[in-house]
Design a binder for this molecule. Structure first.
Ligand code: NAD
Length: 381
């Protein structure tokens, strides 16, 4: 069978789902590999490098879709791309099935199978395929780099002949995958780093990374931060008030705020209010990684950078992984390659779509003519 990767068509998307390195691994599984000409260019992978790795370079997207048995890409298909998919073909990409129902239905009716990389169950066995974590890790890192690029001072404190420089104070709100990556980056650059999460169990992780966990003056018994599967639940009004009061107290002192707070299947909670922004020092920076879900900061403008009247820069970009396209493509292509490995038990270049397998079942949203989303909960952890 042949795995084909088209060039991403969404404007500004620089990632690619196959790299020369992942293609070599896919060939070891018995597959032929093909790529649309120029698909890796924005991520730093030239057609020549693919050819050298034994990948067929196909001129047009239409021809690529025709030739491939498995189409591996990054973004969910556009309508034009979806039309190109056919019966019996397998699509592997981010798909966001809850927000993409009509297309999921269409593809299922057509007989295309769809594996949504965003639906890979977050169980230990599936970590190597967890593209959400790969991308969140990059987003967290890049958020700090972006903040540093817009902050006029050092992160680390210095005593120099030209004067004493205080260390920057960074607050990370939400210590999931992206938040922990941001904490690691911020502390390694030498900033005094604080972090907060509604899930108190992350305090130890935060502290082990050299940051200070921000505790609230709140009865832990009634703190309702954790829901099932390690995700957050919406906070009670009392808890939220205590959280906002703490942030209000911190705002005038903090130089950089990175917000990453999300609750599955909901709008992002608003945690950094207008009055907090107003009380921040001129030159401070906010990077809102929740911008795509409505933002954690009231003033965030999605996909844009603004500077408020009091000189606070607020960054609401939603393409952090694409801004590090070589790294993100490498990790994503590896996640896809591991998914293909699980789909190819005999390493004979033939897909075995085993719906009894928890990970494959969890990620499959269309198969054999049916919509298969939402999946049943995984049987093992
Ligand atoms: P996420 O992107 O859904 O949310 C980011 C963080 O925001 C979470 O830590 C959440 O608790 C926090 N948050 C929500 N509301 C908040 C609020 N009001 N104030 C402050 N923080 C708030 O989370 P994620 O990064 O996808 O990770 C969620 C969980 O999944 C974590 O427990 C993580 O360890 C776990 N996980 C497990 C695996 C695995 O086992 N394979 C892989 C990845 C993640």
């Amino acid at each position: 069978m042949k795995i084909g990767t088209p060039k991403e068509v969404m404007e500004g998307e620089a990632r690619v789902a196959m790299t020369p390195e992942s293609a070599l691994q896919l060939q070891k599984l018995g597959y032929e590999c093909a790529i649309e000409a120029g698909a890796g260019k924005a991520a730093g992978f030239a057609d020549a490098a693919y050819k050298e790795a034994g990948v067929e370079v196909i001129k047009s997207a239409a021809a690529l879709y025709k030739a491939a048995d498995v189409v591996a890409k990054v973004r969910p298909p556009t309508d034009t791309e979806a039309k190109r998919l056919r019966k019996g073909q397998l699509l592997i990409s981010f798909f966001w099935p809850a927000q993409n129902e009509a297309q999921m239905q269409q593809l299922a009716e057509k007989g295309t199978s769809v594996i949504a990389m965003d639906m890979v169950p977050r169980i230990s066995r599936a970590q190597k395929m967890d593209a959400l974590s790969s991308m969140a890790n990059i987003a967290g890192y890049r958020a700090v780099i972006e903040a540093g690029n817009n902050f006029g001072r050092f992160f680390t404190g210095q005593v120099t002949a030209a004067g004493k420089v205080p260390p920057a104070k960074v607050l990370i709100v939400g210590a999931g995958v992206a938040g922990l990556a941001a904490i690691g980056t911020s502390t390694s650059l030498g900033a005094i780093t604080y972090a907060f999460d509604v899930r108190p169990e992350v305090a130890e992780q935060v502290e082990s990374m050299g940051a200070e966990f921000v505790y609230l003056d709140f009865d832990e018994e009634t703190q309702d931060g954790a829901a099932t599967g390690g995700y957050a639940a919406p906070s009670s009004p009392e808890f939220r008030e205590a959280q906002l009061a703490k942030f209000r107290e911190l705002a005038p002192e903090i130089d950089i705020v990175i917000t990453t707070a999300l609750i599955p299947n909901r709008e992002a909670p608003e945690l950094w209010t207008e009055d907090m922004v107003k009380s921040m020092k001129r030159g401070s920076v906010i990077v809102d990684l929740a911008a795509e879900k409505g933002g954690n900061c009231k003033l965030t403008v999605m996909d844009d950078k603004i500077v408020t009247d009091n000189g606070v820069t607020i960054i609401g970009y939603t393409d952090f992984p694409s801004r590090m396209a070589t790294q993100s493509s490498t990790l994503y292509a590896t996640n896809v390659r591991h998914m293909m490995s699980d789909l190819t038990p005999e390493k004979d270049g033939q897909v075995v779509h085993d719906m009894e397998d928890d990970v494959i079942r969890g990620a499959t949203v269309a198969h054999d003519g049916d919509v298969t989303f939402p999946p049943p909960p995984p049987k093992v952890a």
